[in-house]
Design a protein around this ligand. Sequence first.
Ligand SMILES: *Cc1c(COP(=O)(O)O)cnc(C)c1O
Length: 252
Amino acid sequence: MVQNDHERLHFSQSQHLELNNRLTAIRERIAKTAESAGRNPEDIRLIAVTKTASPVLAEHLLTLGIQDMAENRWQVAREKLVHPFAARVRWHFIGPLQSNKIKSIASAFSVVHALEDAEHAEQFEQILTSLGKHMEAFVQVNVSGEPQKHGVHPENLHLLLQKLQNYKFLRVVGLMTMAPLTRDYIEIRRTFRGLANLLGEERERLSWGNLQYLSMGMSNDYELAIAEGATHLRIGRQLVSLEDTPEGGESR
Ligand SMILES: *Cc1c(COP(=O)(O)O)cnc(C)c1O
């Protein structure tokens, strides 16, 4: 990933102020949207997606009170995780999973959002058992059924959840989705509602209290996600793309 040397070495007072302003604006929008949806803003967790941000920016986010941060690639995450501040962050892995990275992810992260495969889940459970470490997981669902998208098909969700239900160290706490790439907010909202409905159905079918959270909503659509019950927002660009930060990485 391209990184701006100036930014890596130095974070100016004006950048800190801008970051603070953005964070305040996002928090206010979350609170407002939650209230107009009749929800308690405290039930909504803001996760800062730092995949395009420098370690110094991430460290400033921590000083501004952000405790949850997300990365989508192990190689990029590793550069941040070596910094001392990283030990005080609750790290979420939101990228697609590969077998050869699961051991590293299980050791370094607290939460995984894009579980979609029973074999990966089994690998996590085995590694976590040997580490004696608990980890939370979201199962990613391809609600809109687009062919190229990650996530389990809604028809296969129940079977997958049944397989994961008795794990001791990997604790499935909810479902995750990404909205289709469209400006059609009705379609986006339909996707979020679809995930919320699936969560409700599976909670009944499995009578499984652990399963309670919805990881959905990004920079462009988090208000729609809140209206449909999101509990975990994954926000990147709107928070971390400061004026002179290069637009690195792929955001979706
Ligand atoms: C990058 C990313 C986000 C954040 O997207 P923004 O549009 O930058 O807010 C959220 N979820 C996943 C899985 C991502 O890869």
